[in-house]
Each structure stands twice: as structure tokens, then as C-alpha cells.
Design a binder for this molecule. Structure first.
Ligand code: DGL
Length: 252
């Protein structure tokens, strides 16, 4: 029947895998983090296509794949259509910042969308936010320092907290809710929370993606009934494979 393949520029997609596993514990998963090439946030569509094609080919070589989950907002915003064209026989599900869900719960409130530079500058996000302007006040802000911190390229937590405080200083008083528009960001929710004066609410799209994957598999008659499920971890940086396993287990 095949596995569900989940991939990201690195460790962030584990936050999506966690939701998939909760919703469909019996499925078999294969996870690929492209940490050796992270971050993806400021790469061009052509660069991303080369990297992600390579990831998809490695996954197809490793196992039978019934569905690709692009657990990366940047890749989804920039090249979902190209990947669907490049691999027409396997269905893709991408991820986009949970702006609609946030608007629904935060009517008339101030919502800050945090994402990578690539996602913030994408037409797709601009259009989505524009379509919701009658419901809530959105601001989008690129936070390019978060992915390198989560990937372990900037190991000092104090410098990271200082970076966040500075980045968010103009938003600390007015923000009611934050959309975590990059799959790496849920790992630093607590550090983010410290930067706001109010007790803010967070929104991320991982749960919604899991529901969409389940619907897709059901509609194709390939949803696994029962079973114990398994996860195979892969990473372009072999030193990160054990870390993927640990982070997934620790992530709530
Ligand atoms: N997790 C990716 C996302 O959701 C991060 C992209 C990056 O590596 O900058 O956008």
C-alpha cells in the first residue's frame, strides 16, 4: 500500500509528522529532513525545485510512497505546482499558514503572521491575507533567524532570545495572536511567548494538513485500517537522524 512521505528543509516538518501520527497512528511514515541544505527560506523557485526533486527521488528510491506531504510552507508557496508536474503519479499535500483559521477565531483582532522571507514575500500569502482583511488585522513578518536556531546553527539560547525580542519589539504590545507560518516555529513557541506583553494565542496548520491527508487517502481507498505504524527517519545530514527521532518524541 505504501508509506506517507513527509519532507521539509530540515527538522521543522516533524511538527507536521507529529500531527499525522496522532491522527493516523497505524500508517507507515518516512521522514526526510534536508538539513544539509537548510534554510530554504530565501532560495529561488529554481533552486528549491532542484533540491526538492532530489528529496522526492530519494524517498521514491527508499520505499513505495502513496502520498507526499510537503511539510514546508516555503516550498508549498513557491513550487507545489512544479513538484506535482514533476511527479504526476503520487499525490501531494502542502502546508500554508493557518490565516483563515486564525481570522475565524480572532475577529477584529491583530494577527501577526511569522514566516520565512520566502513565504512572507509570496503572492500566495499576500492574496490569502488580502481576502481576510474584513475579518481581522493582519501583519506579516519574516523571521529568518528561527530556522537556523532550530537546526542548531546558532546554539546559544540567550542570543536567540535577544534576536526574537528585537525582531518583535514593534509588535509586542498590540498582537493578539500569532500564526506560525513555518513548520520550524512551533519548536520555539515558549521563546516567542516571552516577547509579547499579552497572553497571545498561536495558530499553526499541522492539524489541518493531517486531516487533509486522511481525507485524501480515504477518497483514494488507501487509508490503512489498524496496524501499529512505523517511522523511518532520513536526513541529508546523517548526524541529524537521531536528533529527528528525539525531537519527534519530545514534541507535544
Ligand atoms: N519549515 C520550512 C517552512 O515551513 C522552513 C523553510 C526554511 O528552511 O527556511 O517554511
Amino acid at each position: 500500500m505504501g508509506k506517507i512521505a513527509v519532507f521539509d528543509s530540515g527538522l521543522g516538518g516533524l511538527t507536521v509528522l507529529s500531527e499525522l501520527k496522532k491522527l493516523m497512528p497505524g500508517e507507515d511514515y518516512i521522514y526526510f529532513g534536508d538539513s544539509a541544505n537548510a534554510p530554504y527560506g530565501d532560495k529561488t523557485p529554481d533552486e528549491l525545485e532542484v533540491l526538492c526533486r532530489n528529496v522526492c527521488l530519494k524517498l521514491l528510491e527508499a520505499d513505495e510512497i502513496k502520498c507526499f506531504v510537503i511539510a514546508c510552507n516555503t516550498t508549498t508557496a513557491k513550487i507545489l505546482d512544479r513538484l506535482e508536474r514533476d511527479f504526476p503519479t503520487v499525490p501531494f499535500v502542502g502546508i500554508e499558514p493557518a490565516v483563515a483559521e486564525a481570522a475565524e477565531h480572532e475577529l477584529g483582532k491583530n494577527i501577526l503572521v511569522l514566516a520565512t522571507t520566502g513565504t512572507v514575500n509570496s503572492d500566495r500569502l499576500k492574496e490569502r491575507i488580502d481576502g481576510l482583511k474584513d475579518k481581522a488585522y493582519f501583519k506579516a513578518l519574516a523571521a529568518p533567524g528561527i530556522v537556523p536556531y532550530v537546526e542548531g546553527f546558532m546554539p546559544d539560547r540567550d542570543s536567540f532570545r535577544a534576536y526574537l525580542k528585537d525582531l518583535l519589539k514593534d509588535h509586542s504590545r498590540d498582537t493578539d495572536a500569532v500564526v506560525l507560518g513555518c513548520t520550524h516555529f512551533p519548536f520555539v513557541k515558549e521563546e516567542l511567548r516571552e516577547c509579547f506583553d499579552k497572553d497571545i494565542r498561536f495558530y499553526d496548520a499541522a492539524g489541518g494538513v493531517a486531516l487533509r491527508v486522511k481525507e485524501l487517502l480515504k477518497s483514494k481507498g488507501i487509508l490503512k485500517a489498524g496496524g501499529n505504524g512505523s517511522i523511518c527517519f532520513m536526513n541529508s545530514d546523517p548526524d541529524k537522524i537521531k536528533l529527528e527521532e528525539r525531537l519527534l518524541n519530545e514534541y507535544k
